[in-house]
Each structure stands twice: as C-alpha cells, then as structure tokens.
Design a protein around this ligand. Structure first.
Ligand code: SF4
Ligand code: SF4
Length: 132
C-alpha cells in the first residue's frame, strides 16, 4: 500500500515538473517574442527620427537657397539612422555643426560640406543631404 502511495506521489511530482518546464519554455518564447518586437519598434523609430531630421534639413536648405543665404551648389551633410553615437565625428567638424544625441545631428545651416565627418564615421552614417 505504501509503495502505491509513493508511486502516485512520484508520478504527480513528475507531472507537475513537466508542466512547469513547458510553462517556462512558453514564458521564454514569449519574452523572446517581446524582445524582438521591441527591437523592431526601436529600429523603426530610429529610422523615422533620422528621416524626419533629413526632411527638416532639406526644407531649411531650400529656404536658405531661395533667400540667397546659401550657395546654390552647397550640399550639406546629414546623419542617418545607422549612427551609433560614438562621437568620433564631433571634434572633426571645423564649424561645430554636429550636435550630440541618440542619433547625432548636423545643422545644415552651418555645415560647409567639407566631408570630414564622413571620412571618420565608422558606420558611414554621414551622408550628403541631396543624393545624386
Ligand atoms: S561635412 Fe564638414 S562641416 Fe559638415 S558636419 Fe561634416 S565635418 Fe562639419
Ligand atoms: S562618427 Fe558616425 S556613428 Fe559616430 S557619432 Fe558621428 S555620425 Fe554617429
């Protein structure tokens, strides 16, 4: 009789352990899914932010050119979503046109398009505003 009780107890414990393990696996999968979706969301946000920066810079440049405040042939630089905020470009700019941030930004009004930032950027995030 004691052996049967022991056997039932052992089977129950085993069963509960198995359920717990499968729950943990499901929990891990859920976490992985959430992490992937957060990563994707963040990536999209960065791309949207960089695109917004680019559009604003483009408009500002157009206005300046229309008012003869910038040479017609100047093509200032901007920084795209690949920026890893390493700061390497910052001291290279001769006119202090670069600002820090999660994605660094270039002030198109002061950028003289010397390309020095692009030459040092490890991820090629500094690009001419108007792509040919
Ligand atoms: S292109 Fe030259 S002036 Fe423009 S942000 Fe880069 S380093 Fe500064
Ligand atoms: S060097 Fe490139 S990656 Fe580093 S902060 Fe400047 S733009 Fe961003």
């Amino acid at each position: 009789m004691f052996n049967i009780v022991l056997l039932v107890f052992a089977v129950t414990v085993l069963f509960l352990l198995l359920i717990n393990r499968s729950n943990m696996r499901r929990f891990d999968e859920d976490i992985d899914e959430i992490r992937a979706s957060l990563f994707e969301h963040r990536k999209n946000n960065r791309a949207a932010q960089a695109e917004l920066n680019r559009r604003f810079a483009e408009i500002r440049v157009q206005i300046m050119k229309a008012h003869d405040q910038m040479p017609e042939d100047r093509n200032p630089f901007y920084i795209n979503a690949d920026c890893i905020a390493c700061g390497t470009c910052l001291p290279e700019c001769p006119v202090d046109a670069i600002n820090e941030g999660e994605i660094y930004q270039i002030n198109p009004q002061t950028c003289i398009a010397c390309k020095k930032c692009a030459d040092v950027c490890p991820v090629h995030a500094c690009q001419p505003l108007i792509q040919s």
